[in-house]
Structure formats: C-alpha cells, structure tokens
Design a protein around this ligand. Structure first.
Ligand code: ADP
Ligand code: ZN
Length: 378
C-alpha cells in the first residue's frame, strides 16, 4: 500500500451517550492513523486481533502506526470464519490479555471484517468491564455497517449474536484501499448494504451511489463486481446515515434503529432457511430488498418507476433476484416466527419513496406468502 496524502481523508463524527468518536474514512487511511491511534493508546499496550486472511495483508501497517503512536502491540491471528465468533475464542483472548497484564487503559484493535469486529469488540467490552476499542474494518460490509454503532457479541448455540452488548469504539479507521483485496463475493455482500442506504436516504445519496455503480464490470464468476463503491465518499455517506440513526437510538429502544432493518426481515429468514451457507448475508438481504420493493408498491404506495430504479441498483451490484434452492415455505415460517418473537410490534420497514422509509407497517401473512412465491418465479 502506498501512503496517500491526507486530502482524501473524511472524518465522520458519531455522537452517542457512551462516547463521541470519529470514523476516519480514507484511501490509505491506515497510514494517516498514527495521530488518531496516539490519542487513544499512546504509551499503553495494545492487542491487535485479526484473521489469517487479513493479517498477512494489513497487520504490518497497523502495528507500524501503533509503534509510531508509542504503543506496544501483541498480535493475535485467528482462523477466518464465522465459527470463530464464539465464547471459547473470547476466553482464549481473555487469556492473552491476562498474561500480558492488560489494564483498562490499554487497547484492543479489531483488524478485519464483521466477525473479528464483533468478537474483539465483545472482548474489549467485557474484559475488566471495558478496555479501549479501535475498529479497523477491512470489508465493505464492516466499514458501512458492523464497525459503526457499537453492536458487539458472539454466537451462542443456534443464536447469531446471542450474547453481546452495545460498546462504542474510541475510533474507527476505515481504509477503502483494503477493499481492493476482498473477494468479489464479499464486495457484493457489502454493496447490498450500500444499496440499502441509497434507498433509505434517497436524494443525493442515491444519486452518488448510482453514479459509483454505473458500468460495474462483470467479473470472472460472471456476476457484476461493485468495486466502484469502494470509495471514501460512498463509504462516508453510508457511515453518516448510520451515525444519525445510532445517535437517535443507541440501544435499539426508540425504534429509529429499526430503519436499518430495511430488507432484513425477509433477508434474515432467507439466510436462516439456507442454513447460513446457501446465501451470504448480502445475497439474502438483496432478496429481502426485492421483496420489500414488491410489498412497498402494494402497501405503502411506492411508485413503479422508483421500484424499477431500485431494482436496477440491485442488479448493478450483481445480487440475486430469484429465490432458488431454499424452501419458500420455510422462509414464510421463519418470517412468522420472527414476527411473533418481536411481540405485537410488527417489524416491517417499507418505502413510500426513496428517502421515505415507513416503519411498523403491518404486512398480512397472505402478502408474505405471495411475495415469497413471487421471489421464486422462474
Ligand atoms: P463481514 O462479516 O464483514 O462480511 P467477515 O469477517 O466474515 O466479514 O470476512 C469475510 C471474509 O473476508 C473472511 O474470510 C475474511 O478473512 C476476509 N477478509 C476480510 N477483509 C479482507 C480484505 N481486506 N482482504 C481480503 N480478505 C479479507
Ligand atoms: Zn445487514
């Protein structure tokens, strides 16, 4: 990675009850980070948690920035994959921290995608009731979503993120240069969340994202590669939206944060019906967004032309638009179970227009059945 001048660095402030912090978004931001890291951990110790794919690529520049900040770093490299997000792995990390005599003045740096961010964030939140935490997200999904907003945790039995808490980081360093090494499928995963923000925010945000996606090239696996979205202005725009929502509803209490569930109600059901392997999170959410558009046209007055515009965005990302190889009835059952668990509050977020989401829409079960059938059309 070549260091790039500071001109491209965007700082997005996040306000929360726990603490205010900045998300630094830049092209080459890891090289700009020494002063930000010094502000968090100067003179202390740090443990940098990463995975086997990310560490060989980015551990060195992060540790160099920590050294420049006067901070002694211990590197911990875990295998890659969701299976690492468990209590056993958290306990191992506690062990390393105990052996190194880390104190509350020391820092945990999470270097990787959502898995590392959630796990290392959970460990930072709970060891000694909370150490300093720096998120260095290296996937598009983590940069626009997981690393901002403070949700940390591990999976437990069948429950994804079943054990966890809200713990805001001290700072987030999002370097879009790291996205160049992501496999195309992972980039698509994050790109679907970017489209979600385009639809939630509408207006100039949507135009910016449409522009960045125009002419998305077709890659070797014959689907589109939304590499054009891996830009600091696009990532910063998504982070700004999320920061506003998080500031309004830090702990998912007032309902504002529910907006971020656009496309996720059916998306989560599709993901679970495929046992978290048939469809990636992004692919499942893309199907959820298609379903959301279909429902919005019928229930909240979304214009056909706007639905078409949104569909074009999802196509440009290379996301699937048909549900296949997953049983439709299972999806319908899982949505129903989800709704039941949420109590009398119904959890659908739909759109009346781009930039105009509608929360708490009651969707009758027949419509859910119909939309899942429509997703399975040949
Ligand atoms: P997310 O939950 O954000 O999608 P994961 O932690 O599941 O992210 O990471 C997805 C995969 O991509 C993992 O195999 C991870 O090791 C790998 N990965 C993460 N960041 C990079 C990167 N910048 N370059 C290459 N591979 C990466
Ligand atoms: Zn999501």
């Amino acid at each position: 990675m070549q260091p790039i001048g500071g001109a491209g660095v965007i700082r997005v402030p996040v306000q929360s009850g726990q603490r205010d912090y900045q998300v630094l978004v830049g092209n080459g931001a890891l090289h700009e980070a020494a002063s930000d890291l010094a502000a968090v951990c100067s003179g202390g110790a740090a443990i940098v948690v990463s995975d086997a794919n990310v560490a060989p690529l980015y551990m060195a520049p992060v540790c160099a920035a920590l050294r420049d900040a006067g901070c002694a770093a211990t590197e911990v490299v875990l295998p890659a994959g969701e299976a690492q997000k468990c209590l056993a792995r958290a306990e191992e990390l506690f062990g390393v921290m105990y052996e190194r005599h880390l104190t509350r003045a020391d820092t945990v740096v999470a270097l990787g995608g959502g898995v590392i961010g959630d796990l290392a964030g959970f460990v930072a939140a709970t060891y000694l009731r909370g150490l300093r935490l720096v998120q260095v997200p290296t996937t598009l999904l983590a940069q626009v979503d997981a690393a901002v907003g403070g949700k940390v945790g591990v999976d437990f039995r069948a429950g994804k993120n079943h054990v966890g808490t809200f713990y805001q980081p001290w700072t987030v360093l999002a370097d879009v240069q790291t996205l160049a090494t992501l496999p195309a499928r992972e980039r698509r995963n994050g790109a679907v969340e970017v489209v979600k923000y385009a639809l939630l925010a509408g207006g100039e945000t949507m135009t910016l994202i449409e522009g960045a996606l125009s002419g998305a090239p077709v890659t070797g696996d014959s689907a589109r590669d939304p590499a054009g979205l891996c830009r600091e202005d696009v990532v910063a725009e998504c982070v700004r939206y999320k920061a506003r929502v998080v500031a309004a509803d830090e702990r998912e209490e007032s309902g504002e944060r529910h907006l971020l569930n656009l496309g996720h109600t059916i998306g989560h059901a599709v993901e679970a019906a495929g046992r978290f392997s048939r469809y990636s999170h992004g692919e499942a959410v893309a199907l959820g967004l298609h379903a959301m558009l279909w429902l919005s046209e019928r229930l909240t007055g979304l214009d056909a032309a706007d639905a078409e515009r949104a569909t074009r965005l999802l196509a440009a990302v290379g996301a699937p638009d048909r549900l296949a190889e997953v049983d439709g009835d299972t999806v319908v059952e899982l949505v129903a179970r989800d709704k039941k668990a949420a109590g009398p509050q119904i959890t659908f977020v739909l759109l009346s227009a781009p930039g105009a989401p509608v929360r708490n829409v009651h969707v009758p079960s027949e419509s859910i059945k119909e939309v899942v059938e429509w997703l399975q059309r040949p």
